[in-house]
Design a protein around this ligand. Structure first.
Ligand code: ATP
Length: 243
């Protein structure tokens, strides 16, 4: 597969195979995410979702297939790939003794960037972190607040690719809805988003494509939209997850 539109997708995985500890974990996996799209990757425990993200981050050697993030092969050039990726692990790690401004200034300085306070405020506004929380030590932040700080960093870095690992697990319904709205905003900016999730409803709410992973391969891929039958999908997903 190598038509020109697919090769320009900011996230592209084509025929990826990968083993861990001698066991096949990803098997001929293919997916692509266009600019301004979100792709939700669902699947049962151990299906290979986090491994897919680790592969895109250039953390695991592939045995076959190709990957590209913003045109960069993360296996050949992992550091260059990570410069174009915003990655949100399931639990965002921040310096607990520092506030949101200090964390953002610190992490961006590692990449050589020195955003102004106004630029940080603008990014935190876009990410939806309450103004009166920004000067508090992040030790007191909820998971949702930490994620907003990480999203603000990605906005300031202006990365074309976001990888989200179970961003809504453990969030309450309100925070989940806020997060899904944020995903829609990021799409509107042209970001390509790959999110690993167990939240089918949230995926239907904010993703364009939902892929079901089982035993390291996509067993079903559906486009979301007003006609999507989420309950039917729920039943099929259960079957896919158990496959
Ligand atoms: N460090 C590792 N060494 C060896 N095998 C691993 C390692 N990490 C994960 N695996 C195996 O790779 C497979 C895929 O794991 P992965 O974490 O990608 O699944 P997942 O779909 O993200 O699951 P979950 O929903 O439980 O997070 C599993 O069989 C797992 O046991």
């Amino acid at each position: 597969m190598s038509d020109s539109s697919a090769s320009q997708a900011p996230i592209r995985i084509d025929g990826l195979s990968l083993s861990r500890s001698g066991r096949t974990v990803l098997s001929n996996l293919s997916l692509s995410v266009e600019a301004g799209q979100a792709y939700a990757l669902l699947g049962g425990n151990g299906a290979g979702k986090s491994t897919t993200i680790a592969a895109l981050l250039g953390l695991l050697p592939a045995e076959g297939g190709v990957m590209e993030v913003a045109g960069i092969d993360p296996v050949e050039a992992p550091e260059a790939a990570r410069r174009v990726i915003g990655y949100l692990p399931e639990n965002v790690a921040l310096y607990e003794q520092l506030d949101a401004y200090e964390n953002i200034a610190y992490f961006l300085a590692l990449g050589g960037a020195r955003p102004s306070r106004a630029a940080i405020d603008e990014a935190l506004d876009a990410a939806g972190l309450e103004a009166d929380a920004r000067r508090l030590r992040t030790a007191d932040y909820s998971k949702g607040m930490r994620q907003k700080v990480a999203i603000a960093m990605a906005l300031l870095r202006d990365v074309p690719v976001l990888l989200l690992d179970e961003p809504t697990s453990g969030l309450d319904p309100r925070a989940t809805a806020d997060f899904n709205a944020l995903v829609r905003q990021l799409k509107a900016r042209g970001t390509a988003i790959l999110m690993v999730t167990h939240d089918l409803l949230g995926a239907a709410d904010c993703a364009d494509l939902i892929g079901f992973l089982a035993k390291g391969r996509i067993v079903e891929e559906v486009a979301t939209g007003p006609n999507l039958d989420v309950m039917a999908l729920h039943h099929r997903y259960g079957e896919a997850a158990a496959a």
